[in-house]
Design a binder for this molecule. Structure first.
Ligand code: HXC
Length: 517
């Protein structure tokens, strides 16, 4: 019989122990909650058999009373690297079975190690979070550990994609680090994000708050705008990340992967050419426009249930990865409000830093007027969107499908914000404001003094519409590059993306701009 070196046997035993995390009971508890362990999650997300673990022997340095191998090995986080669709990614997965996955000095060391390796090698870093936040018994060491992570999150932003998947109760720093990253994915009823957990709130204020209502998936997907994508299951969330990464390059120097395998949409079925109602007050569904222009089933909408009057998402057009920004005229008429401005701004900047061209569809009556919006700082929030489009150097293509009134015309990637190709459909209405509002201001006296003011107003509004409710005035003055039939859009955008693929537009040197946050 072959004899095995006892030191090898010991290593095997220790490795086996490390795999057990916080022990069988806690693993059973995790499974009973319908949650997977961190190792199971990593296996499910990465290409099979590609995971290589790093620093599994690290332990907490708080308790020095026992020898290393008798402590929890790994200190509540599993780190390493593997592949997604054949491309290298670095991963860290917090292990809730060890001290609630909480962040210690050494856990921070492990996470920072894979972040540094990801940056050095220009590849994404993905966090699978399931953590009670800063480990209370480590005091300032845990807080300092978070600071190390936050600094890297900020400094690596725009260099490599950083993604967080929330897979449990993520409190304190476990919520802030994801907030500094490019994508947050949550799981319905299973993941939570809050700065202060319900137990702590109860202890401090006596208030009893349900975790779901405090920071559940619905809250962050539909009310706060903190999260970007949601799934019903952990597997669903992990596969969303694989899907998201397929549109992005591994770093800011590369271009996004080109995939010509998608089935092409045909635009000649007559549907697009009849999609805009003849009555300008009648809504239509912009999502249907987008679905008919992008490669079949390629649209991955981001933040689909927050600020639904704006649409943002990744897609492919003829194999090119693109960022779609649009209004949804069937929600609040596609008006631009504070949340819509924030949603579009963040997405425009993410696409710009990762070389994803922007395709913008415009149908908006303008910024939402009123006290609530003015007091909420719509000037500041809307300015972010102007800033983001003006600053973006990726190829920019705009299609005005219907209303582009006032600020909405200017802000939504208009030609002189630096857009490369601007198109309008024959249904486009490009003007400072709609007909009724405009004639009331321009011809107030004439209307008031007319024998039949209502008839006079209607006559003037009809004249205004004839003049402005079409794209010909804008095109005649060079504010639109071409007027096209809706069914030509896909071909035109593909041609533009091909022509612009080597676009070079370096920004003037500066430390960084001062975006009005
Ligand atoms: C140390 C912690 C911990 C913490 C949980 N645990 N949170 N240990 N520090 N912050 C431990 C528990 O003692 C328990 O250990 C195990 O993790 C599982 O926790 P449970 O409470 O049994 O689980 P559950 O009922 O699912 O509740 C999870 C929870 C709750 C919602 C996360 O534990 C909680 O509210 N924790 C505090 C969250 C919080 O407010 N953190 C903020 C930290 S401040 P055993 O041994 O029994 O398994 C912060 C500042 C960062 O992060 C700075 C930001 C700028």
């Amino acid at each position: 019989m072959e004899t095995i070196d006892p030191r090898i046997l010991e290593l095997r035993e220790i490795r086996e122990k490390a795999k057990q995390g916080g022990g069988k009971d806690r693993i059973d508890k995790q499974h009973a909650k319908g949650k997977y362990t961190s190792r199971e999650r990593i296996e499910s997300m990465l290409d099979p058999g590609t995971f290589n673990e790093l620093e599994p022997f690290i332990t907490s340095h708080t308790d020095e009373s026992t020898i290393e191998t008798e402590k929890y090995l790994g200190d509540g986080v599993i780190t390493g690297y593997g592949r997604i669709d054949g491309r290298t990614v670095y991963v860290y997965a917090q292990d809730f079975t060890i001290l609630g996955g909480t962040l210690s000095e050494m856990q921070s060391h492990k996470i920072c190690r894979v972040m540094d390796l990801a940056l050095r090698n220009g590849v994404p870093v993905i966090g699978l979070l399931d953590s009670g936040g800063a480990r209370i018994q480590e005091g300032v060491k845990a807080l300092g550990g978070y600071a190390e992570i936050f600094r890297r999150n900020a400094q690596f932003s725009g260099v490599i994609p950083q993604i967080s998947i929330m897979l449990g109760p993520c409190a304190g720093g476990a919520a802030y680090s994801p907030a500094l990253q490019d994508l947050i994915v949550m799981v319905e009823k299973k993941s939570f994000m809050f700065l202060t957990g319900p137990e702590v709130i109860k202890a401090v204020t006596g208030e009893v708050i349900d975790a779901e209502n405090l920071g559940g998936c619905d809250v962050h997907m539909s009310i706060s705008g903190v999260a970007h994508l949601a799934a019903q299951t952990e597997e669903g969330a992990l596969s969303l990340v694989r899907k998201f990464l397929a549109y992005l390059p591994s770093n800011n120097i590369e271009n996004p992967p080109f995939k010509s395998t998608y089935e092409q949409n045909t635009c000649d079925d007559g549907v697009l050419n009849n999609i805009i109602p003849l009555d300008p007050t009648e809504p239509y569904v912009m999502h249907q426009v987008i679905e008919r222009i992008v490669d079949k089933d390629s649209f991955l909408e981001i933040q689909p249930t927050w600020a639904r009057n704006a649409i943002v998402g990744l897609a492919r057009i003829g194999g090119f990865s693109v960022g779609i920004v649009a209004q949804e005229p069937s929600v609040l008429a596609g008006v631009i409000d504070i949340d819509a401005s924030d949603k579009m701004t963040r997405f425009v900047r993410m696409c710009d830093c990762f070389n994803v061209p922007l395709v913008t569809f415009v149908d908006s009556p303008g910024f939402l007027p009123g006290i609530a919006q003015e007091h909420g700082g719509i000037i500041r929030h809307g300015a972010k969107l102007l800033y983001a489009y003006s600053e973006a150097t990726v190829p920019k293509i705009t299609i005005v499908t219907r209303k582009a009134y006032g600020g909405a015309y200017v802000v939504m990637s208009s030609k002189y914000l630096g857009t490369d190709m601007t198109y309008a459909w024959p249904s486009a209405e490009i003007a400072v404001m709609g007909a009724e509002g405009a004639v009331n201001i321009l011809y107030k006296k004439q209307i008031d003094e007319a024998p039949d003011p209502a008839a006079e107003r209607k006559k003037l509004a009809d004249e205004y519409r004839r003049k402005f409710n079409n794209p010909y005035m804008a095109a005649g003055s060079g504010y639109i590059d071409d007027i096209i039939e809706p069914c030509e859009t896909r071909g035109k955008v593909f041609a533009a993306l091909t022509a612009l693929k080597d676009k070079y537009a370096p920004a003037p040197p500066r430390k960084h701009g001062n975006i009005p946050v």
